[in-house]
Design a protein. Structure first.
Lengths: 267, 293
């Protein structure tokens, strides 16, 4: 935390969480603590992954950053400004691609641009650009039902990027995909990150995925959801799938797994 | 390779939709796939001939009077006579006008009010009890009042028809507007969508299959509404003609009108389904919905 504080002094953080708590009222009237004293910040251009078992509040954390939920306590800022609701500078990808089935791929990618009333011509150009980056440029007239699950999720990513958001939030974006598609999507996402320079926070329950993608891995434990560890991943920026088989990679994965064990996250 | 595969599945879907249309039935196509089209047509035609012959023989063998239960030949003759003399055609236009106008008015009001009520649980709590109270009153019982208020002309029938069509469209619109998946709405919100954007881009399109299911029920009810209105008091229309022929003991003539009415209902029903399949091209949910309702 000390180190990130000094960085924040030099350049404003892409986002910053300071002592964030989130409580829900359960059906029997009691309080459920979803997040307990969560603090960390992320530099512009950084790729942060948040890993933890289900129920650790990692999705709640993402929803708070997206402006879809409010913290019960604590400070949440995007580029120095407090988060009061959904922001035009944020792109979001959920686990399900949730494309609109009556819109073509291109029309789906343009949804955020239309919502925000952006210029049609430049938006279409950008949409074309991002569809090309996710490898779907020749599919822009197809309907979602004509695409595979992996392709649909890539459309979802292009859609999240179409307004050139400063921050991309991804909530288990590859959770519904088969293992092979998931791996290749991971590699593609890193390439995309390289080319766009976007700041990304990705939530996952897969430890290898978190290590493979993240510059830093935020490890969370459940009930109440809190950060138990923040791991700097000192692996080469250019990552390939072969990396997964190296000892170095394995050390990170087993280290995080041991941490989750110790905090009761893998019960 | 992925592409060609998905294209062929889309083509399959399109043909199955197209094949579904003329028969007007749904859910049967799975069973028909293996049967060759000539055999299929022979079976359909054969059964029709069987029904007509069974009707004819029953009437002849039992020796029942034509004045009470006419055979297919005298009914067919009456249909042809009715069209040739222009009598049926003249009354048909009146009834068809009442059906279509009543349907248009009832469906429009049902949809608009449904869109308002479907906005929130609060709106529903405030308005819906009145709608239900209105619906529980049998429209047939109210029909004489409408005739009293709006006269023996077509206006009273249009209004009766509209009140009958109104409810299924309204109820389906409300349910439909609630049917949009939560995460789709959340995602729109995350992209800073206003309630209007969410309504227009997500909730309304998601509601369309439900709305069309309501329209499908409504168009069939509209035929009943127009006839009921004409029974209560009218100067023209097929319902009026039924009563007139009833007074003159013309059973074959009444059967002829029933056939015309059933044809009107069938054609309008098929028309609504055809329009639905064009508008809601992205899903075959409409077929499932109308089957269940």
């Amino acid at each position: 935390m000390k180190m990130t504080d000094s960085v924040a002094a030099v350049q404003p953080a892409a986002f910053r969480l300071e002592g964030v708590h989130k409580r829900f009222r359960s059906k029997d009237g009691g309080d459920v603590v979803a997040l307990h004293d969560v603090s960390f910040d992320v530099k512009p251009g950084e790729f942060v992954t948040v890993v933890g078992p289900s129920g650790c509040g990692k999705s709640t954390l993402l929803r708070i950053l997206a402006g879809l939920a409010r913290a019960s306590q604590g400070e949440v800022t995007l580029a120095g400004k407090p988060v009061t609701g959904p922001s035009r500078d944020v792109g979001v990808v959920f686990q399900a691609p949730v494309l609109l089935p009556w819109r073509t791929v291109m029309e789906n990618v343009l949804v955020p641009a239309q919502i925000q009333g952006r210029d049609v011509k430049t938006s279409t150009e950008r949409a074309r650009h991002y569809l090309q980056l996710v490898g779907l440029e020749q599919f822009h007239t197809k309907y979602p039902s004509e695409l595979s699950g992996g392709m649909q999720q890539r459309v979802g990513i292009a859609r999240a990027l179409v307004n050139d958001p400063a921050l991309l939030l991804m909530d288990e974006p590859f959770g519904a995909l088969d293992a092979m598609t998931r791996e290749s999507m991971n590699v593609e996402l890193l390439k995309l990150k390289e080319r766009t320079g976007a700041t990304i926070m990705l939530v996952t329950h897969s430890i290898p995925e978190a290590v493979f993608l993240g510059d830093r891995v935020v490890v969370m434990s459940p009930r109440p959801g809190r950060i138990t560890q923040i791991v700097d991943v000192d692996l080469p920026r250019q990552r390939t799938l072969e990396l997964i088989n190296t000892d170095h990679f394995g050390t990170y994965v087993s280290g995080i797994r041991a941490n989750l064990h110790a905090t009761g996250g893998l019960d | 390779m992925d592409l060609s595969k998905s294209e062929s599945t889309k083509a399959d879907l399109a043909t199955s939709v197209a094949a579904k249309q003329p028969s007007g039935s749904s859910g049967a196509e799975l069973f028909e796939q293996g049967i060759n089209p000539i055999k299929r047509r022979l079976m359909i035609g054969g059964f029709f001939v069987f029904v007509i012959l069974a009707w004819h023989w029953t009437v002849t063998w039992t020796g029942v009077s034509h004045l009470i239960f006419p055979g297919p030949l005298s009914v067919a003759k009456s249909v042809i006579d009715g069209f040739e003399s222009g009598e049926i055609v003249r009354h048909l236009w009146v009834t068809l006008y009442e059906i279509l106008m009543g349907f248009a008015v009832g469906a429009t009001l049902g949809f608009l009010l449904g869109a308002v009520i479907g906005q929130s649980a609060l709106m529903e709590a405030v308005f819906y009890p009145y709608v239900v109270a209105f619906q529980t009153v049998p429209k047939v019982a109210v029909a004489p009042l409408f005739v009293l208020w709006f006269g023996f002309g077509m206006t009273s029938k249009v209004i009766i028809t509209a009140t009958i069509v109104f409810f299924p469209v309204l109820a389906n619109t409300i349910v439909g507007l609630r049917s949009a998946p939560r995460d789709q709405i959340e995602l729109m919100r995350a992209f800073t969508a206003s309630s209007w954007h969410v309504f227009r881009m997500v909730r309304l399109p998601h509601a369309l299959p439900y709305v069309f299911a309501g329209l499908d029920i409504g168009i069939v009810l509209a035929v009943i509404g127009a006839i009921v209105g004409e029974f209560v008091g009218a100067q023209a229309g097929l319902g009026y003609l039924i009563l007139q022929r009833n007074f003159s003991m013309d059973a074959a003539g009444m059967f002829a009108i029933l056939i015309v009415l059933s044809l009107i209902g069938t054609v309008l029903h098929a028309l609504v389904r055809w329009i639905a399949s064009r508008v809601i091209f992205w899903t075959d949910a409409f077929a499932d919905l109308s089957r269940s309702t």
